[in-house]
Ligand binder design. Structure first.
Ligand SMILES: Cc1cc2nc3c(=O)[nH]c(=O)nc-3n(C[C@H](O)[C@H](O)[C@H](O)COP(=O)(O)OP(=O)(O)OC[C@H]3O[C@@H](n4cnc5c(N)ncnc54)[C@H](O)[C@@H]3O)c2cc1C
Length: 500
């Protein structure tokens, strides 16, 4: 028997045969995530795991890690597999599916902290809080599929990022199983949810680590009381500059405590979105929409709503009867999963089966000082992409759904969230090669504007990821990553396909 098979047998004995699947259908189901990487390979078998294991407790995870370490078999933790990078498996590795670790461990309603196992689904976590009169600040789009452990593992982005920050700000401590089987509780300098200077901030190492340093088994996050007042507004603009200037001024740090979100939308996306779901005709002169969410105490919301309206007016904002109902855009965050489904349906999937079209999310992080210039150049780049002169084959199978919806990351930065639709069935060898050339030019444009390739999703084609990571971190920065990885995981069993 080879080492991997022995390892799987041992895991079966340790956590129960019924919690290990090594049949082909289960392995195929767990091979890819929502990521683009699987588009870039004709043979998906390179992602097929040797088995899928479903631990229930931290002790189960320790047993799995000890077996994997003994036989030097890779482990790939998976949540809902909705992220664009990191949850695809590696041929011969073992996929850890956390869904059975679904317990809310405790809640402290005075300190506003809640502790949950890593497999708790976001939608259940949010319902648990809402039922007790609280709100979540951990709020990504794909709440029906994504699991809590992944929020730490990818350094998640949240709807109310401007006010409350990303997952890195909301997670107060967590429990991790290391590659040597040790269980450690890490926080901001302490093992608990309180900030401390007793130790180094080791929790930061695991935020965004995508399973490459350990398996997250439990985490404590903060939450907030139910928000008493909420105002949603949206305005139209006839120029890109006016729209983006309004978006940037709404992002003024002084407004951040009440304006929890502002987002800009280009007509390239809006036109397609409204015409595929209604017989509405987009008014050609309307170039951008910007929407905003004001939350807090009723008096604060009333005052800030007036201030926001003044800012918009100064930037020549308006609203007219020939624009679609305001809820249309407001609800788009909640209906993203439906759009992904629509992407799949638009292919021949219902007729002939197989893979549907794939949404390709791109999420560069651009400094606000470069936003307007970057956007103009990016629009020209996307027009060139669709024209098909530079990448003729790619243009046939790669279509712009949204050229970029600017939304806040940290103060001073904007996540440039763009969506492409790839015809995955016909994404042939030449499209793959052209895509890599396209991605290289996309990266150069981002770096020219002092941005970073990705704010949340982490996608870089595997062939390029070491080179591109070094471009962003420098040679010494990259070597530091490798030093940490080697110290914590000398046998490289933790998500071995990642960029080290
Ligand atoms: C249309 C669309 C919109 C999106 N919008 C958002 C958004 O608003 N905000 C946002 O943050 N993201 C967004 N995403 C990305 C993704 O949906 C979320 O980040 C989601 O929370 C990932 O959770 P998951 O359970 O699906 O993770 P997965 O994709 O399963 O895993 C992500 C990574 O975490 C690692 N991992 C998973 N569990 C563990 C664990 N227990 N221990 C260690 N490592 C682990 C995996 O190995 C992988 O590398 C979006 C994706 C799509 C397709």
């Amino acid at each position: 028997m080879d080492a991997t098979k022995e390892c799987i047998q041992e895991i079966k004995k340790a956590i129960g045969e019924e919690n290990v699947s090594d049949d082909k259908p289960s392995r195929i189901v767990h091979r890819v995530c929502h990521g683009i990487e699987s588009l870039l390979h004709e043979d998906l078998d390179i992602f097929t795991p040797a088995a899928v294991v479903r631990p229930k407790t931290t002790e189960d995870v320790v047993k799995i890690v000890n077996c994997a370490s003994k036989y030097e078999v890779g482990l790939v933790p998976q949540g809902g597999r909705t992220c664009t990078y990191g949850a695809e498996c590696v041929n011969g590795a073992i996929a850890i599916n956390a869904v059975r670790m679904d317990k809310i461990v405790s809640i402290d309603e005075v300190a506003y902290n809640i502790t949950a196992q890593a497999g708790v689904r976001l939608t259940d976590y949010i319902r648990f809080l809402n039922e007790r009169g609280f709100d979540t600040v951990e709020l990504p789009t794909m709440i029906k599929s994504s699991l809590m452990g992944s929020r730490a593992a990818i350094s998640g982005y949240n709807k109310w990022e401007t006010r409350w920050g990303g997952s890195k700000d909301n997670i107060k401590s967590m429990e991790v199983v290391l590659a040597n089987g040790d269980v450690v509780r890490v926080g901001h300098g302490s093992g608990g949810p309180s900030k401390s200077v007793v130790g180094l901030d080791t929790m930061g190492l695991f935020i965004g680590s995508r399973g490459s340093l350990g398996i997250i088994t439990e985490m404590t996050t903060r939450f907030i009381p139910k928000v008493p007042a909420y105002h949603y507004g949206i305005r139209a603009f006839t120029s890109l500059e006016d729209g983006l200037n309004a978006y940037l001024e709404l992002r003024n740090p002084l407004h951040g405590s009440a304006v929890w979100r502002a987002k800009a939308y280009h007509k390239w996306m809006l036109k397609q979105a409204v015409t595929t779901s209604s017989d509405f005709v987009w008014p050609e002169d309307v170039e951008m929409l910007v929407d905003y969410h004001v939350l807090g105490d009723p008096e604060v919301v009333a005052v800030m709503t007036r201030r926001v309206e003044e800012i918009c007016e100064k930037c020549n904002a308006f609203w007219r009867d020939d624009l679609p109902p305001t809820e249309f855009v407001g609800q788009m965050h909640n209906t993203m999963e439906k759009f992904m489904g629509m992407g799949a349906l638009q292919s021949g999937r219902l007729v002939s089966g197989g893979m549907g079209n794939r949404i390709v999310p791109l999420d560069a992080n651009i400094p606000n000082s470069h936003l307007i210039e970057f956007y103009k150049e990016y629009l020209a780049f996307l027009k060139e992409t669709e024209a098909g002169k530079t990448w003729p084959n790619l243009a046939k199978h790669y279509h712009v759904l949204s050229p970029g919806e600017p939304l806040p990351t940290e103060q001073g930065g904007t996540k440039f969230w763009a969506l492409m639709l790839a015809d995955s069935k016909n994404f042939d060898k030449q499209s793959i090669e052209e895509f890599k050339g396209w991605f290289r030019e996309y990266a150069e444009l981002i770096w020219k504007h002092e941005g970073s390739l990705t704010a949340t999703h982490g996608f870089i084609p595997k062939d390029m990821e070491v080179e591109f990571t070094k471009r962003e971190l420098g040679e010494t920065g990259y070597n530091l990553l490798k030093t940490i990885k080697k110290a914590l995981d000398p046998k490289n069993i933790m998500n071995p396909g990642l960029r080290f």
